[in-house]
Write a protein that binds this ligand. Sequence first.
Ligand code: C2E
Ligand code: MG
Ligand code: MG
Ligand code: MG
Length: 288
Amino acid sequence: HQAQQHREAAALFDAGQYGDPSRNLTLMTRMLQATRSGDMSMHYQPKLNLRTGRYQSAEALCRWFDPQQGFIPPAAFIHQAEEMGHIRALTEWAIQRVIDDQRRLAEAGHDICVATNISGALVCDTDFVDIALDLIRTAAGRITFEITETAVMDDPELAIANLNRINEAGVRLSIDDYGSGLSSLAYLRTLPARELKLDRAFVQHVATSERDRMVVKSTVDLAHNLGLDLVAEGVEDDAGLAIVKLLGCDWAQGFGLSRPLPVPELVAFLDAARAAGAVELPAPTFTP
Ligand code: C2E
Ligand code: MG
Ligand code: MG
Ligand code: MG
């Protein structure tokens, strides 16, 4: 019986890799069930403001713990949800969770900004945008939308009109995974963004790669010249942290600072960080 369960769980997980339509349908049904049963939850990865040395934001990342399969990573279902039209339901659930958790954080003494991931495709869905703006009505000024895969936006004019509405509502727009191939310079000129998140591929090896340091530095200049904050994601150690700060990044995020955490652990992390005062960075050391 247990072997059977394991086979089913493996089949469910494989759906992510192989794209079998009926398996994907099962995956989606299970995913939507998980948002109702509590198997889907939100974890939050702290974002360090490098100018103040304080954790002033956190990114919401969904976490699916299936009773049989265990952890099912977002990479195994977000793309399918986008392809199969279920990303809207997942994202509405996510925004509601973020609003509730942000209130819980404020009650625990941490009134911080929270960033949530929004697929580029949803930006063209005006009904979704109406609902999203309604959900965040009272918190818009402390919410960031990290927009991913902007290149898949099929109607750029509509996308820009909707993004302008989101921006005017006070939401901070961030262009996620910048440089990973899907985001393009064309969007940078036209989107009302306030933040650029450089893809972690360019950040992970800054301590040992001179070329990666050049890319980070040039992107910092590009962002600043356009009036945007630059976030370094994927900061994995102190050496990387010191270097991204030296290169002028405004924010840092990564396993070297903290893993994504459930709300009670995030509160404990923020309590400890507050007690310790501003984060002091070690002197940068590079390998040329
Ligand atoms: P993302 O928005 O770029 O999120 C950052 C990803 O990098 C997260 O992976 C995070 O756990 C991981 N990460 C953070 N720091 C480090 C580091 O130092 N090293 C390495 N190697 N990785 C690091 P995760 O949680 O697996 O999410 C993957 C992607 O799935 C996200 O990329 C985002 O595009 C998508 N995603 C996650 N949650 C949601 C959600 O609620 N809604 C939507 N639409 N997409 C989501
Ligand atoms: Mg993100
Ligand atoms: Mg990212
Ligand atoms: Mg990513």
